[in-house]
Design a protein around this ligand. Structure first.
Ligand code: 5GP
Ligand code: SF4
Ligand code: MG
Length: 460
C-alpha cells in the first residue's frame, strides 16, 4: 500500500494528498481514499479503483481542512471490497481519527479476539481497521492521542508504517523493524509544513523536501507546536524489506541516500560478474528489469538495447480476456521487437521470478520473434517463501522456486541458460549493513515470528 499525510495549517490539503497518492499509485491499485480534518469536522472519500478514477475536482473541493491522510490499497489481509478501503475513519472520545496503514500484522487473530472481548464492533476484515480500533480503545479508556497510539502500537506485531490524522495533529509511526518505508518531508520553512509519504517520490511531486525517514520504532507527532519524536519501542532492529529495494518501490525514490535506480543498476553489474554470458544484446523486462539490464550491459560489455515494448495503459484492472485470448495474453502488455531480436543471442533481465508464468510466456514470445538463444538473468535470488509482511508474493505452493531447482526452472521456462543473483550479491550491493534487511522470501528467515496458525495458511 501507499500512505500519505500532510499538516499544513493555512492550506487546503486534499489536492496535495491527491498528487501524493498519484505518485504512490504503484504501491496499490485496488482502492484509494483521502480523509481531511477541518477542526473537529472530518471529511472523507474513498472508493475502488485508481486515484485518477476515484477523485475529481468536485470531490477534492469538498475535502476541506488543514490535515489530510491518504491511502492506496493493495490487499493482503481482508478481501477486495469498498468497505476495506482506507483511511479507516472512526470516532473516539477526543473526536475522529483517520488511519492509513502499509504493511501486514501477524497477530491479527489475537488482536481481533482482544477487541471483540472489549465489545469493539469491527466493521471490516482488515488488520488496519484493528489498529485504528486499538488506538480508539486506548483513547476512550482515558489516554490522550499520543499515549493512546503508543499503547496501541505495543499491541501490534508485524509490519506497520502508519499515518494517523486527528483533529489535533497528525502522527506517523513505524514498527520496530521498519519493514515498510515511511519518510518525512517539509514544505516551506516559515512556518514549516510537514508531509509524510511511503516513498520520496510522494514528496517530489508536490515539491516537498526530504527531511528524514521515520525511524524503526519511532512515532512522530506533528501539531501546531511542530514535530516531536517518540521512541515508542526501545529495541528497534532495522529490517527494511529488500523486495522494496529490488522491485516494489519506484526507481526514482531515494533510500540510503541514493535512488533505487542506482542500486538496481549495481544489482545488474553484480549479476554480470557472477553469471557472465556471451550474447549480442541485453535488455530488461519493462519497467522493473531495465535498471539491472543497463548495469549488466555496463559490466559485461554486451550491447544494451530494447527487445520488448510495454503498453503503458494496461493496468491491473483491465477487462480479462477469454481463455483462448489469454494464451497470447502477455502480448497485451509486452510486445517483442522482431527486427531487433531476429537471429540474435539475447539476455533478458528481470528483477524477480515469482510464479514464473510471465517469464515463460515472454521466453516463448522472444523465440517466436526469432531470437536464436535466450539467456535469462534475474537480479535477485529465487523466491522460495511467502511474505507475511505486506507484499503479495502468493502462497508457497505458487512459487516456482519453492518446488524446483534452478536447472528445472530453466527447463520449464525453455531458456538456454538461467541464473539468479546470489543472496550476498543482493545485500552487499546495498552498501548498508547486510543484517539490516528482511530477506525472508529468499531464505525463510522471518524477522518477526509468524504464529503457527498464520504460517499454515501460506506455507506448503
Ligand atoms: P512471473 O514470471 O513470476 O510470473 O513474474 C515475474 C514478474 O512479476 C517480474 O517482472 C516482477 O517484476 C513481477 N513481480 C514481482 N513481485 C511481484 C508481486 O508480488 N506481485 C506481482 N503482481 N508481480 C510481481
Ligand atoms: Fe519483503 Fe520478502 Fe521480507 Fe516480505 S518476506 S518483507 S517481501 S523481504
Ligand atoms: Mg516486472
Amino acid at each position: 500500500c501507499g500512505v500519505f499525510g500532510i499538516y499544513a495549517p493555512e492550506q487546503d490539503v486534499a489536492k496535495m494528498a491527491y498528487f501524493g497518492l498519484y505518485a504512490l499509485q504503484h504501491r496499490g491499485q485496488e482502492s484509494a481514499g483521502i480523509a481531511t480534518f477541518n477542526g473537529h469536522y472530518v471529511h472523507q472519500h474513498k472508493d475502488m479503483g485508481l486515484v485518477s478514477q476515484v477523485f475529481n475536482e468536485t470531490i477534492l473541493e469538498e475535502l476541506v481542512g488543514n490535515i489530510a491522510v491518504g491511502h492506496n490499497r493493495y490487499s493482503t489481509t481482508g478481501s477486495s471490497r469498498k468497505v476495506n478501503a482506507q483511511p479507516a475513519v472512526i470516532s473516539t472520545r477526543l473526536g475522529h481519527l483517520a488511519l492509513a496503514h502499509n504493511g501486514n500484522l501477524v497477530n491479527t487473530i489475537q488482536l481481533r479476539e482482544e477487541l471483540l472481548q472489549s465489545n469493539v464492533h469491527l466493521l471490516t476484515t482488515t488488520d488496519s481497521e484493528m489498529i485504528a480500533y486499538a488506538i480508539a480503545e486506548e483513547v476512550n479508556a482515558g489516554a490522550d492521542w499520543l499515549e493512546g497510539a503508543i499503547r496501541a502500537l505495543h499491541r501490534c506485531q508485524g509490519a506497520f508504517s502508519l499515518v494517523v490524522g486527528t483533529p489535533d495533529g497528525i502522527m506517523a509511526a513505524r514498527d520496530p523493524n521498519g519493514i515498510r518505508p515511511l519518510v518525512i518531508g517539509t514544505l516551506d520553512s516559515d512556518p514549516v509544513r510537514y508531509v509524510l509519504a511511503s516513498e520520496t517520490c510522494g514528496l517530489d511531486i508536490i515539491g516537498a523536501e526530504y527531511l528524514r525517514d521515520v525511524e524503526p520504532g519511532e512515532l512522530v507527532w506533528i501539531t501546531e507546536k511542530g514535530l516531536t519524536s517518540h521512541r515508542w519501542n526501545q529495541q528497534p532492529q532495522r529490517k527494511l524489506c529488500i523486495f522494496e529495494m529490488i522491485y516494489f518501490a519506484r526507481p526514482d525514490s531515494v533510500m540510503h541516500h541514493e535512488t533505487l535506480y542506482s542500486y538496481r543498476m549495481r544489482l545488474g553489474r553484480r549479476l554480470a560478474e557472477e553469471s557472465p554470458i556471451e550474447a549480442d544484446i541485453v535488455f530488461g523486462v519493462p519497467d522493473s528489469g531495465i535498471p539491472a539490464a543497463i548495469g549488466f550491459s555496463q559490466a559485461s560489455g554486451v550491447a544494451y538495447g530494447e527487445g520488448l515494448i510495454k503498453n503503458r495503459y494496461v493496468g491491473r484492472t483491465f477487462i480479462q480476456p477469454t481463455q483462448s485470448m489469454r494464451e497470447t495474453g502477455i502480448k497485451m502488455k509486452l510486445n517483442p521487437l522482431k527486427d531487433v531480436l531476429y537471429g540474435k543471442r539475447v539476455v533478458i533481465i528481470d528483477d524477480s521470478i515469482v510464479r514464473g508464468t510471465t517469464s515463460r510466456k515472454l521466453v516463448k514470445a522472444l523465440r517466436e520473434a526469432g531470437a536464436s538463444e535466450v539467456h535469462m538473468r534475474i537480479s535477485s535470488p529465487p523466491v522460495t517463501h511467502p511474505c507475511f509482511y505486506g507484499i503479495d508474493t502468493d502462497t508457497q505452493d505458487q512459487l516456482i522456486a519453492a518446488k524446483m531447482s534452478v536447472a528445472d526452472i530453466a527447463k520449464k521456462l525453455e531458456v538456454d541458460t538461467l541464473a539468479y543473483l546470489s543472496w550476498e550479491g543482493m545485500l552487499e550491493a546495498t552498501r548498508e549493513d547486510t543484517n539490516s534487511f528482511c530477506s525472508a522470501c529468499f531464505t525463510g528467515d522471518y524477522p518477526v515470528a509468524i504464529p503457527e496458525q498464520v504460517k499454515r495458511s501460506k506455507l506448503m
